[in-house]
Design a protein around this ligand. Structure first.
Ligand SMILES: *Cc1c(COP(=O)(O)O)cnc(C)c1O
Length: 368
């Protein structure tokens, strides 16, 4: 058996009629730039996230960067975030001229450890940016409490957590604003790049609409030095066709995760993911820990199973951030996870037989 890490073709096969119709609608109407589909998708995605406003942009990275810019985060400011994440989280902070300040993650949920946040706050701190990593909500009520107490902005990096819930409420509705990515492999993925900012703040929403569209408040009236970071209408049309399926897809991911957990319960040395209290994890990734991760990955590949690494090098130890001088050893949980994590195949269409095969392959890995 050959099992891919993700299978976007299987998903397209299940919704091809709706998607083809949506794409055709945009092309027939030549409604390519900030068209009706962008507007409708923004409205539909805002409703889905239980917030008032959504602003479509060209990627998750842009969503994170523009939202920080909309709050005037920049030179001399610090933003507290996690290092156990995709690098774009930190790059968005750096792009504004601000400095990313990394705190360690919790060893069970792999998300920002709220107990470490207050020690990282300085007079320059402007915002806290937790990541809902792998599809599991961060400890968002505790982090919100700290943000409120210190009068800091709270920006959620929800790029891996479309539809996840904390205490029954969607992620993206807790912070001042939140950023989503529609990179093809995300739980809600476009057929190319795309992103979204969601917020209840009408002023910030207005500013974001200007920032993403070349700083224009109306055609050729540039009230800000802006960017071309618009969500493409074709992508918005694809995403509109997919959004009604998202809850079912997330449920299928949860079912797959439960089967993985059951079948791996007796696997030597394997640590399976834990769900924190009050959270609905949507398993963008199914990440286990293993002490011989690299050898396990090679073994799985030989069995025809593709696994992933999320992420093999913490952001603070990337060559591009040498200048920050964050020493090795300063984020022990993050650094340990980087050498132990391995992501097993995860997508809604994964079958019971496929999951059984992956788990058998893991269990056949010779114990070292
Ligand atoms: C995917 C992702 C991003 C960036 O999204 P793009 O759409 O690829 O730019 C940012 N943060 C996290 C945690 C992500 O997983």
């Amino acid at each position: 058996m050959k099992i891919d890490f993700v299978d976007l073709k299987a998903q397209y096969a299940s919704i091809s009629r709706e998607v083809d119709k949506a794409i055709r609608r945009v092309v027939v109407n030549s409604d390519f730039i900030l068209g009706k589909d962008v507007e409708s998708f923004e409205r539909e995605f805002a409703a889905y996230c239980e917030v008032a406003h959504a602003i479509g942009v060209d990627s998750g990275a842009s969503a994170l960067e523009l939202v920080l810019r909309a709050y005037d985060v920049g030179d001399g400011d610090e933003v507290i975030t996690a290092s156990h994440t995709f690098s774009a989280t930190a790059f968005a902070i750096s792009a504004t001229g601000a400095k990313p300040v990394f705190v360690d993650v919790d060893q069970h949920t792999y998300n920002m450890n709220p107990a470490l946040v207050e020690a990282a706050i300085t007079p320059r701190t402007k915002a806290i940016m937790p990541v809902h990593l792998y599809g599991q909500p961060a400890d968002i009520d505790e982090i919100s409490r700290i943000a409120r107490k210190h009068n800091l902005l709270l920006i959620e990096d929800a790029c891996q957590a479309h539809g996840a819930k904390f205490q029954g409420k969607r992620v993206g509705s807790f912070g001042d604003s939140a950023a989503f990515s529609f990179y093809p492999g995300k739980n809600l993925g476009a057929y190319g790049d795309g992103g979204m900012i969601v917020t209840n703040d009408a002023t910030v929403a207005d500013k974001l609409r200007i920032l993403r569209n070349c700083g224009q408040s109306e055609k050729y009236k540039h009230v800000m030095v802006g960017f071309n970071r618009r969500l493409d209408s074709l992508q918005a049309a694809v995403l509109r066709a997919k959004l009604p399926h998202l809850d079912d897809w997330n449920q299928a991911r949860r079912t797959a995760a439960a089967l993985y957990k059951e079948l791996l319960a007796d696997a030597d040395h394997v640590v399976t993911p834990r769900e924190g209290a009050d959270r609905t994890h949507v398993y963008h990734l199914y990440v286990i820990q293993h002490p011989h991760r690299d050898a396990l990955m090679t073994h799985l590949r030989e069995q025809g199973v593709s696994a992933g690494l999320h992420y093999p090098t913490p952001v603070h130890l990337q060559p591009c951030y040498e200048f920050l001088k964050v020493p090795r050893g300063s984020l022990p949980v993050t650094e340990s996870l980087a050498s132990r994590v391995i992501s097993l195949p995860m997508y809604p269409e994964l079958t019971r037989e496929q999951i059984e095969f992956v788990c058998d392959s893991v269990k056949q890995f010779p114990v070292q």
